[in-house]
Design a protein around this ligand. Sequence first.
Ligand SMILES: [Cu+2]
Length: 129
Amino acid sequence: MKKIAVVILSLLLSAGIVWAKGFEVQKKAGDLSVVVKMDNSPAVMGDNGVVVTVKDAAGKEVMDAGVKVEYSMPAMPGMPAMNYGAVLALNKDVYQGKLNFSMSGPWNVVVKIVRGGKTVSTKFTVDVQ
Ligand SMILES: [Cu+2]
């Protein structure tokens, strides 16, 4: 019986650690690698802090880019299509900002990176609770 309790407790603890880690997704945008982190996992209605790390093909942080996050939800019954954008600000070697989700459900998120006159992007879905 004791062993089972320990196993259950450790399962609960590890689940808690995963929960606290927050949302994270790794993507490629052109020859750049992009890591998007959000401080809520799952994302919630209202403000969610977002941090984007951009690295070049050599693995070096890119700090001379313009980074914008566009997030949208297609129209659904009783709700017109919603489109928002957030321009992220460079803070040391990452780009930071806030995404404000006005309703729960799946949102399409596009990260656009402008560098040297060239735009690359990557997209993913966030399920807002
Ligand atoms: Cu909706």
